[in-house]
Write a protein that binds this ligand. Structure first.
Ligand code: ZN
Length: 309
């Protein structure tokens, strides 16, 4: 069995500048870490662009047009203080969403056991009609919609272990009872959403806000008490991961205290759910992670564990 990395060099053409936290060097750090001899067993596939049909299952055409119209011919443009656009941003965003959709196709075709999408821009802050927090299109929600449409499944679970709440994913999925969205995130922290009383239309949103200093011990306790029971009760036919690594203790944007071993442990638990519920079908997509060496080591720990299946 196998793990495949989905990526595309054009994701580096989303140029936010060298000083921006969400910069092209992040993806390169992850690719470099996964390119070592230790990872010789990985398969690699370049992602096609997502189609407009795939994106517009989540974002209305007027929003897609708006993003496209804001792309500068040269230099950069700002959607907000955090979210920048460069001439290559639209194509990068299409490849990022395309990677998740194609990875899902590969998993359902039995071409790979699981997959990790080493992509940018990230997606989980992108709401149905709002780009924000470095995100343009919601890659993981587009993947969930694609899986349901293309592969005839109903129940999807999205687990988001980025240190920030995926307000965009919640915004898109809250009224879709068959999609369970689970998020662990620091509170208070950007974007300020993700309260426990945000449940979704059918208790399909599980927000677990946690204080600064949250470590792997606390993670294990909320997994046992809340996350695992919710996932098993939902019986997903596909498990999607919003894999942000900014909960690492060295990350400059937040104050969680995760270490590489915590990502190994968490990934093993998630793979256990997938083994029991959905034939090991797991597609993981990179979200945040802003300290390059911590990001690279954490993503490597995650992918090393995906390879254990
Ligand atoms: Zn984040």
């Amino acid at each position: 069995m196998s793990t495949t990395i989905f990526w595309h060099p054009l994701c580096s053409d989303h140029n936010t500048g060298a000083e921006h936290p969400e910069r092209a060097a992040r993806m390169q750090a992850v690719l470099d870490a996964l390119g070592t001899d230790e990872f010789a067993a990985l398969n690699w596939r370049e992602a096609p662009p997502a189609s407009f049909e795939q994106i517009e299952r989540v974002h209305p055409p007027r929003y897609v047009d708006k993003v496209m119209s804001r792309i500068p011919a040269w230099g950069s443009a700002a959607i907000d203080g955090d979210t920048l656009l460069s001439p290559g941003s639209f194509e990068a965003a299409l490849r990022a969403a395309g990677a998740v959709c194609t990875a899902i196709d590969a998993v359902f075709a039995g071409e790979t056991t699981n997959a990790f999408c080493a992509i940018r821009p990230p997606g989980h802050h992108a709401e149905r009609e709002k780009a924000m927090g470095f995100c343009l299109f919601n890659n993981i929600a587009i993947g969930a919609a694609h899986a349901r449409k293309r592969h005839g499944i109903r129940r999807v679970a999205i687990v988001d272990f980025d240190v920030h709440h995926g307000n965009g994913t919640q915004n898109i999925c809250a009224e879709q009872a068959d999609i369970l969205y689970v998020s662990t995130h620091q509170a208070p922290l950007y974007p300020g959403t993700g309260h426990r009383d945000e449940h979704g239309v059918a208790n399909n949103i599980l927000n677990i806000p946690l204080g600064p200093g949250t470590d792997g011990v606390k993670l294990r306790s909320v997994w046992e008490q809340e996350i695992a029971p919710a996932l098993y009760a939902h019986e997903p036919e596909l498990l999607l991961l919003s894999a942000g690594f900014d909960a690492h203790r060295d990350d400059p944007l937040a104050e969680f205290m995760f270490e590489e071993d915590d990502y190994v442990w968490l990934t093993r638990q998630l793979l256990g759910v997938a083994a029991n519920c959905c034939g090991n079908r797991v597609v993981s997509a990179l979200e945040g992670g802003y300290e390059l060496s911590a990001l690279a080591a954490s993503a490597a720990a995650h992918v090393r564990t995906l390879l254990e299946v």
